[in-house]
Write a protein of this length. Structure first.
Length: 142
C-alpha cells in the first residue's frame, strides 16, 4: 500500500521584518499558516489584522491607509488596524493577531502560538492583550 506524502505543516507565525526596517505607514500582507494577515505599522506599534474585508471578503492590502484605518478597495469600508473594528458597522470586526518583537525582528503569531509561553526578552506591541481575542466576523445576530 502506498501512502501519499504529507503536506508540510504551515508555519503558525510569520517574520515580518527587522525592527530597524519598519516605519510608520509601512504595511504588508503575510501568510500566517493558511491565513493572509495584513501587518500595519502605526506610531504606537505594529498591528496585524485579517487581510480580508468582512463585507465582501476583498483583500485589504490593496486598500488605502486613512489614519489608523485601512479602506476596503471594493466598498470603502474602514477597518481599524489596531482593533479590527469596522467603522461602518461596530458589530463586525476583523480578527486581530498578536505581534511580538524578539531578536530584532517583528513576528506575527497564529493560532498554535497564541497560548504558548513567550521567551524571556520578548515584548508585545501596545494593546496586544486586547487584540488576542477572536472577534466574530459574522454580521448581524439572528
Amino acid at each position: 500500500m502506498s501512502t501519499m506524502p504529507r503536506e508540510p505543516l504551515d508555519e503558525p507565525f510569520a517574520v515580518v521584518g527587522s525592527v530597524a526596517d519598519l516605519y510608520p505607514g509601512w504595511r504588508r500582507a503575510v501568510m500566517v499558516g493558511r491565513t493572509s494577515v495584513l501587518v500595519c505599522v502605526e506610531e504606537d506599534g505594529v498591528h496585524a489584522i485579517a487581510d480580508t474585508c468582512p463585507h465582501y471578503e476583498q483583500a485589504l492590502h490593496y486598500g488605502r491607509r486613512r489614519g489608523g484605518y485601512i479602506e476596503c478597495p471594493w466598498h470603502h469600508w474602514l477597518i481599524d488596524v489596531r482593533t479590527g473594528e469596522c467603522m461602518h458597522n461596530p458589530r463586525i470586526a476583523n480578527r486581530t493577531f498578536p505581534v511580538i518583537q524578539t531578536e530584532g525582528q517583528w513576528i506575527v503569531l497564529g493560532d498554535p502560538c497564541l497560548d504558548a509561553q513567550l521567551a524571556d526578552g520578548v515584548t508585545q506591541t501596545p494593546g496586544d492583550a486586547a487584540r488576542t481575542d477572536r472577534t466574530s466576523l459574522e454580521g448581524d445576530p439572528a
